[in-house]
Ligand binder design. Sequence first.
Ligand code: PMT
Length: 429
Amino acid sequence: MAHDASQNVFQGRKVALGICGGIAAYKAAEVLRGLQKAGCVVRVAMTARACEFIQPLTFRALSGEHVIVDDYAPDNPDPIAHITFSQTVELLIIAPATANILGKFANGIADDFLTSTYLASTAPVLIAPAMNSSMWEHPATQRNVERLKADGVFFIEPDDGEMACGTIGPGRLSEPERIVAAALDILQTTNTDVLQALAGEKLLITVGATREALDPVRFLSNNSSGRMGFAIAEAARKRGAEVHVIAGSTTADAPAGVAVTRAFSAAEMHAAVMNELPEATIFIGAAAVADYRPAQSARQKIKKSDAEITIKLERTQDILADVAAVNRGDLLVIGFAAETENVLANAREKLVRKNLDAVIANDVTREGAGFDALTNEVIVISRDKDTPIHVPLMPKTNVANIILDEIVRLRAARENLANLTTDERRKKA
Ligand code: PMT
C-alpha cells in the first residue's frame, strides 16, 4: 500500500534558522537536521560572531543552500536578501540567541543581516537563548525577553546546568529536540483556524498502561508512559476541545487544563469510558490496554516456593470495540494499533473489525517510536481514504497535531456527508 508522504504537513515548509555567536552554535546543526527530518526546507543565516564558533560551510553542506552572513558580501547571490529571505519563510528560529541579539531585536536595531531579517519578517519567531547565567538573569536581558514576548515572539527558555565557562545555573541552550518540537508545534498551530478547529468537540481519550493484578502486590502491565495520549489531549485542548482523559498507569505528566480520571485495570477503564461516553463527540483509544488478565487475582501475596506456577489468563473487554459498537450518531472513533509485524495489514484489519473511523498504526519495533519514547513514527489510516498518511519520526507533540488535522478532516467529511441528499449519498457509496 502506498504512503502519501506529501501529506506530511511539514513537507517543504520553509524555515529560517538564525545562529548567533556562542559556544552552543554547533548545536544548531542538530536543530537543522531535526527540522529537515520532519520535511522542512531550512535556510541558514549567521551573525559574523557565530562564524568564529562554527564555519558557514557546515551549514551550507547540511542545508544545500548559501548561508547568509553579510548581505553586502560580494558572494551573496541575492542583493536584497534580507527582504526575499525574510518574506519567504514561514518561521524564523534563532538558536542560539545571545543577550546582544535579544537587545537588538527588542529595540528594533537592524545593523546586520540577521537583525534586518527579524525586522523585515512577518513570520512567527522562535528564540532559544544561550548565555552565561548572570547575563541571562540580568534585568536588562529579562526586560528584553519580556518585551519580545509582548511582541508575540515564542521562547524556549534555556536549561539549567553547567556552562562552558564552568558556571552552574540557567543559560544552557535547550536541547535541539525540544527546539525542533516547539518549532514544528508553531508551524502546526499558529493559524487561528487551526486553533479553533476543535471548538465544541468533546474528546474522550484513554491513555497509559493498564495493570492487571496477580495478587495485592504484583500485576501484568506494559511500558506505556502515557506521553502519546497526553500529547493528543494537550494539542486538542489548545485547538478548543473539551478534553477528558481516562488514564491508566503513566510516567509522563498529565497536561494542564484537561479532566483526568484514573482507571488502572482494563475493567476499570472500560467502566470509566462508558460512564463518560454519552458526553463525547470524539473517542481516541491511545491506552495500551491488556487483552488478557489473570483469571483469578490472589487475595494474599503469592508465596514463593520451588513449585512452578501456572497462571490462567482470561480475555478483558475490548473498550475500543465496545465504544464503536454503541449507537454513535456524530461520534468519531479513532484507535491505535501497536504492531510488531505486518503493521499496515494488521492495523487495517483492526480498523475494519472494530468499525473505526481511523486507526493510527504504530510500529513499536522502530527506533525512537512507540512505548516510552519521546518521539513517534506512525501511519494514519482513515476509513474514507485509500492512501494512508505516513508520519515520519518526530516528537509526540507534533505527531499528535497531525492526528488531530486528520480528525478535523474526518469531521468535515462527516458533516458534508450528512448534508448530502439520500440520492447523492447513495451515489457516493
Ligand atoms: O504511552 P506511550 O509511552 O507514549 O506509548 C504510546 C503507545 C505505544 C502506547 C501508543 O502509541 C499505542 O500504540 N497505543 C495502543 C496500544 C495498544 O494497546 O494497541 P493494540 O493494538 O493492542 O490495541 C488496539 C486498540 O484497541 C488500541 O486503541 C487500544 O487502546 C484498544 N484496546 C485494546 C485492548 C482492549 N482490551 N481495549 C482497548 O480499547
